[in-house]
Design a protein around this ligand. Structure first.
Ligand code: ZN
Length: 315
């Protein structure tokens, strides 16, 4: 624990170990528009496939249950998403919206929040794309221009309107998430209205239309906590496909540390010294987000070492 460390320099480097930002597969986007190549790979037995639906995918022995595409029990309305090449092998996700198809694999399905930390770099990249694409398809069945139905194309990386031929592409909504420090190098953490009493995290919010990310950092901190922010430094990003966000991580310095929570989104916000946060996490009175989140990485970067414990849902 690092109470005697000097204040965190704003230029201490980018976040290097973001769990869901790992990607070792070749996205191979040129093949998305090659229908003959995709059709051939959907028949080639060494191609790999995994089910995806409702943010989940099947596990076997605690690892993603990739299978030969020859073993996939095909239905006429299967939708295959081309995720890319890993070691030259095409990898697909099959959208399994039907409950009976969820018996695929060992029957145990998991999501990125629960399993993301244990995935290999290759699997992380492939499955984050699979979940993000599946979420997008689920919620974009109709043309934003004319309202007619749309159909997937380009290996799942496009939807085409059946009426006006408008093209739609997978959405990514930018959101900012920031660790704010004051002149005493304390960190500002807040609790959302719908969180359990001990849960605290960095503040975060969506970038609005026509707004720069740095401006969103200052606006969100002011709105949610009343704290005025000056200097803002970008630290890194990771996809957060719940359903289709991209989290942009920042370190920020407070100009005025006076807290006045909005009481709507954030019902409590506090300045924590390292000693206070470390002690509170150790005795369980405060819990911080899981390691899969950029929030956790921002907090630990400031803290200087791993922090004990993480959020646990109480049933
Ligand atoms: Zn249309």
């Amino acid at each position: 624990m690092a109470e005697n460390l000097p204040p965190t320099p704003l230029s201490a480097g980018l976040l290097a170990d973001l769990t869901l930002a790992r990607a070792a597969a070749d996205r191979s986007e040129a093949h998305r528009t090659d229908a003959a190549w995709l059709a051939q790979r959907l028949q080639q037995p060494d191609s790999q496939v995994i089910g995806v639906g409702q943010g989940q995918f099947p596990l076997a022995d605690d690892a993603p249950d990739w299978r030969s595409i020859a073993d996939w029990n095909r239905n006429e309305d299967d939708e295959f998403l081309f995720l890319g090449l890993a070691n030259g092998v095409a990898h697909f996700a099959a959208r399994t919206v039907k409950e009976e198809q969820r018996t695929w694999g060992a029957g145990q399905w998991s999501d990125l929040r629960a399993s993301g930390q244990r995935l290999s770099d290759t699997d992380a990249g492939l499955l984050v794309s699979a979940v993000a694409l599946d979420n997008w398809h689920t919620h974009h069945l109709f043309c934003p221009r004319c309202g007619a139905g749309t159909q997937p194309s380009q290996g799942g990386w496009q939807r085409l309107c059946s009426q006006c031929a408008a093209e739609s592409y997978p959405r990514t909504d930018p959101a900012v998430i920031m660790l704010v420090v004051d002149d005493d190098d304390r960190a500002l953490l807040g609790r959302r209205v719908d969180w359990q009493p001990e849960w605290f995290s960095t503040l975060a919010g969506f970038v609005e239309a026509g707004e720069a990310a740095e401006a969103a950092v200052r606006r969100e901190v002011q709105e949610e906590s009343g704290v005025t922010v000056g200097e803002v430094s970008y630290l890194g990003s990771q996809p957060w496909p719940f359903p289709w966000s991209l989290m942009l991580g920042y370190h920020a310095r407070a100009l005025d540390p006076t807290i006045a929570v909005d009481g709507v989104e954030i019902v409590d916000a506090r300045w924590f010294s390292r000693a206070e946060l470390g002690a509170a996490c150790a005795n369980g009175t405060i819990a911080v987000p899981p390691a899969v989140s950029i929030a956790r990485k921002l907090i630990e970067r400031w803290y200087g070492s791993p922090i004990p414990g993480e959020w646990e849902m109480r049933r």
